[in-house]
Every structure is written in structure tokens, then in C-alpha cells.
Ligand binder design. Structure first.
Ligand code: PMP
Length: 464
């Protein structure tokens, strides 16, 4: 877009909106303030955003409001540049940003598919995660030591060779009591969701989910069809079974249910999941069991009897392998044959594939980690009760806490104490909710201590 004819203030607004949608404003505390009087200043505080290294105004100098302080990659730009008013100051900033931006590169005229233009973007706050990570529901400790050993043994051939998925799928299938053609390994469950949507959804088909839930369902579905039906939970946040069943129509082609659910930690019982599968024989029911190890109930054993059931498992959580990107789809062999067609034969890297049998063999490790989570979850729940913090009863490795209007302040205070939380306030029906991951014993202790301090620092009380 040609922005040359825009006024400075319009340009600033467009620039700001180009990467600061309301969601980020919420999660990262992005703010822009302009004052005309007394004096004038402009402050854009993006220090906690993933855009740390892009050009931006960092801060106004303490106690002064007549100049701007910008950071462009490693170079600092300070001062008002001789500007006499706010408009001139923005103008200087604009020249600065435009010189560093891609505005000088001819704009592309090629458009993506319309649904790609319209689909939502998912930007988990990945930047600056050097503190105790209680924000992404990862394993907070380590994978099995056997996996680390295997990685250390990686050879040149392990890297030069294209990965071979099939032998490892046989091993995984045997481990889970399935036939090899009932298993497809994927690049995390994230990829599995994309593959399911690409395989089964025509533009006229509808997909059904409940909200709040994992956001990648939105992304995957809306890439294929505009017909995403969301059944919103009521204020209890429990799974709305009756309304969910009633939302199934002849157009429903894909149903995605996470149990335990993210971000609530709530579950849908096996009996209810089978009722959903039976109510929609013309649709694929994807049961996302990413958090299975922290709950224990599964529909995996129902695969031989339920022809429209596909179960998802991840190795990112209990197994501690989020960075290897390993997930699994298990289900009806005929349905999976179609999904396999859509998948790249090399979707999972060879190092991850080599590590999987080793990780699966070390059952004792996964059992130990799941036990840590079960006792840590109890301890965190007791701590929250003591503090008077409301929360949703969780069956996963996290707890969704009801903080209320001080949710962003709590996340900022916890960060200052070296603990990351995930503000879920922008999730549908989750205003004021913050999620905390449960880790190993020591991490729960640190999380709880920081929580006590932070709640008191921000002046939180059960009635705020
Ligand atoms: N499903 C749910 C419900 C999740 O919460 C997550 C991770 N946040 C995933 C799937 C994605 O897992 P993976 O790391 O295997 O892509």
C-alpha cells in the first residue's frame, strides 16, 4: 500500500496496527501513548514483544518528554531530532522506520487464497522465555535421559539421510497395541490438525469445536472452510455436551475435541466421546489426547470399533520432547490412508524418529513425570484455595486460575519474579483467567512462592 500521502499520525496508526492487534496488546502490554500537552511525547513500549529486534521506539527518557528513543537492530537513535512538535517527532520516527522497512521493496501483487487472507494468526508469546516456563504446558524438567543419550550418538548419516518413518511407526503401533496402518507419525499434533483439515474438509463442509479450546483448530479449519461452528461453554467452562450434540448437522465433517482440554484442563468422558462419534457417523471425530498422561482415560482402545474415530497424541508434554516436534494420529486405517497421502513422507525428522522408540521404552520415566504432575497439581490447587484464587478443576499439567481484572498485572509481576504464566483473558469466555503450568516439585514450589508474592504486590484480594 502506498503510504506516502498519509499524514504522520495516520501513518503511525497504520504502522502500529500492522503488528499490534488487540490480542497482543492484551498479552504483551503493548501501548502507545501520545500527549499534546504539557509538552509532548510519544511512547511505544514493545519491550516484551517478539519484535525486540525490529525497529521501534523503545522508551522515553526518564523524566523527559520532549524526545524519542528508538532502537533499530543494534543501533540507538535518541533525541527529538530537533522536532518542534509531536507531528514532527512522528515524522522523524516515520522516516527512520521507512528507511529500515521493506516499504522500499516493490509490493507483491500476488494474493493468497481468500481463506488464507481471512484465517486467524497464532502468535504464542515465544520471545524472552528465559525464566521458569510455566506458560506453555511443556515438561518443565527434561525428557528421559535415554533420549539425550541417543541424541548424543547422532552420526553424519543420521543427518544426511532422508528420514524413514515407517519402521518407527511399526514400533509405535506395537507399543500402543495397534496395527501399523492405524498409526501416522506427525510433526507434532499441530501438523496433525492441519493434515486432518486438509484431508477431510471441502469448502462447503462444516467443522465443529467447543470454545475455549486449543487455537490451532481455528487455524487449521479456517484454512479450508469458513464454516467453523464453535459451541461456547457457559461460565462454568465445562464441556457443553447437550448443545455440542445439537450442533451436529449433515454438513458436519470434522469434529475436534481436546480431552483434557486446553486451556481449561476439563475433560469429556470416554462415554460422551463415543456418543459424539455415534451421533456423527458422517464426520471424523478427532479426540486430541495431548494431555492424556495427566488424566489417564483414553479412547485409543476404541479405535477397532469406532470407524470415524481418530485419536491424537503428542510427545511434547509428558515425554518432554516439544522441540523434536513429534505427534501421532491413531485411528481407522482407511481414514489414515487418506491423511498419509496428504502428509509429506519426510514430515518427521530422523533424529526425532530415532528417539521415539527409546522414549517409548522408558515407561518408568513417563510414569515418574506424570506422578510429579499429579502431586504438584494437588499442591498448587491447595495453595490456590489458601490464597482464595478460584480455578477450574484440572486433569492436565496446568491450572486455569480466575484472577479477574488484574490478570495482566499478575503476569507482569510473576515475570519480574522470574516465572512465566500465560494470560488467557482473550480466549472466548476466559476474561480474567490466567493459566499456570504444573511442573516438577521444585518448579511448583517456585511457582507458588512467586504467586503469593505477586498477588500481594499487585494488591489482589479474592474480591478484586
Ligand atoms: N493439542 C493441544 C490440546 C495442545 O494444547 C497442544 C500444545 N499446546 C497441542 C495439541 C500441540 O502439540 P504439539 O506440540 O504436538 O504440536
Amino acid at each position: 500500500m502506498n503510504t506516502q500521502t498519509m499524514s504522520n499520525i495516520d501513518w503511525l496508526q497504520k504502522w502500529y496496527l500492522s503488528f499490534c492487534d488487540g490480542d497482543w496488546e492484551h498479552q504483551y502490554g503493548v501501548k502507545i501513548e501520545t500527549y499534546d500537552n504539557p509538552g509532548w511525547s510519544l511512547e511505544i513500549d514493545l519491550c516484551e514483544t517478539p519484535y525486540r529486534d525490529t525497529p521501534f521506539i523503545e522508551k522515553k527518557r526518564e523524566g523527559e518528554n520532549d524526545w524519542i528513543f528508538c532502537r533499530k537492530k543494534e543501533h540507538l537513535f535518541k533525541g527529538s531530532g530537533g522536532a518542534q512538535n509531536l507531528d514532527e517527532m512522528i515524522g522523524i520516527f516515520r522516516t527512520w522506520i521507512e528507511a529500515a522497512s521493506e516499504e522500499t521493496i516493490p509490493a507483491a501483487t500476488v494474493k493468497p487464497r481468500r481463506l488464507v487472507e481471512l484465517m486467524p494468526e497464532y502468535h504464542p508469546p515465544l520471545a524472552g522465555r528465559t525464566a521458569l516456563r510455566l506458560d506453555f504446558n511443556e515438561n518443565t524438567f527434561a525428557p528421559s535421559p535415554r533420549v539425550i543419550e541417543r541424541i548424543h550418538k547422532a552420526t553424519s548419516e543420521d543427518l544426511t539421510k532422508y528420514p524413514e518413518r515407517e519402521p518407527i511407526e511399526r514400533i509405535a503401533a506395537a507399543h500402543f497395541g495397534l496395527a501399523p496402518d492405524q498409526v501416522l507419525l506427525t510433526n507434532g499434533v499441530d501438523e496433525a490438525i492441519h493434515l486432518l483439515c486438509a484431508t477431510f474438509l471441502e469448502p462447503d463442509d462444516a467443522a465443529l469445536i467447543t470454545t475455549p479450546t486449543f487455537f490451532m483448530y481455528d487455524v487449521g479449519v479456517q484454512l479450508m472452510t469458513p464454516h467453523l461452528i464453535r459451541v461456547q461453554a457457559d461460565e462454568t467452562l465445562a464441556f457443553p455436551l447437550e448443545r455440542f450434540l445439537a450442533a451436529i448437522t449433515p454438513k458436519t465433517k470434522l469434529i475436534m475435541v481436546a480431552s483434557p482440554n486446553n486451556p481449561t484442563g476439563g475433560i469429556v468422558s470416554r462415554e460422551h466421546l463415543l456418543a459424539i462419534a455415534a451421533a456423527a457417523p458422517h464426520a471424523v471425530l478427532f479426540v486430541d489426547e495431548a494431555y492424556f498422561h495427566f488424566h489417564g482415560e483414553s479412547t485409543l482402545a476404541d479405535i477397532p470399533n469406532i470407524p470415524n474415530l481418530i485419536v491424537g497424541r503428542t510427545f511434547s508434554k509428558a515425554y518432554g520432547l516439544a522441540n523434536l516436534r513429534l505427534g501421532m494420529l491413531a485411528g481407522n486405517a482407511e481414514l489414515l490412508r487418506y491423511v498419509r497421502k496428504v502428509s509429506s513422507p519426510y514430515n518427521v525428522n530422523g533424529i526425532a524418529l530415532e528417539c521415539l522408540p527409546v522414549a517409548l521404552e522408558d515407561d518408568a520415566y513417563v510414569t515418574w513425570y506424570a506422578d510429579q504432575i499429579a502431586s504438584g497439581r494437588e499442591r498448587m490447587a491447595a495453595g490456590l484455595r489458601e490464597l482464595g484464587v478460584g480455578f477450574f478443576p484440572s486433569h492436565a499439567n496446568f491450572i486455569l486460575m480466575k484472577i479477574g481484572p488484574l490478570h495482566a498485572e499478575l503476569c507482569a509481576a510473576m515475570r519480574a519474579h522470574g516465572v512465566l504464566l500465560r494470560d488467557r483473558s482473550t480466549d472466548p469466555g476466559c476474561d480474567g483467567y490466567v493459566r499456570i503450568t504444573i511442573g516438577i516439585e521444585d518448579h511448583v514450589t517456585r511457582g507458588l512462592e512467586a504467586l503469593k508474592l505477586s498477588l500481594s504486590e499487585i494488591g489482589w484480594t479474592p474480591s478484586t
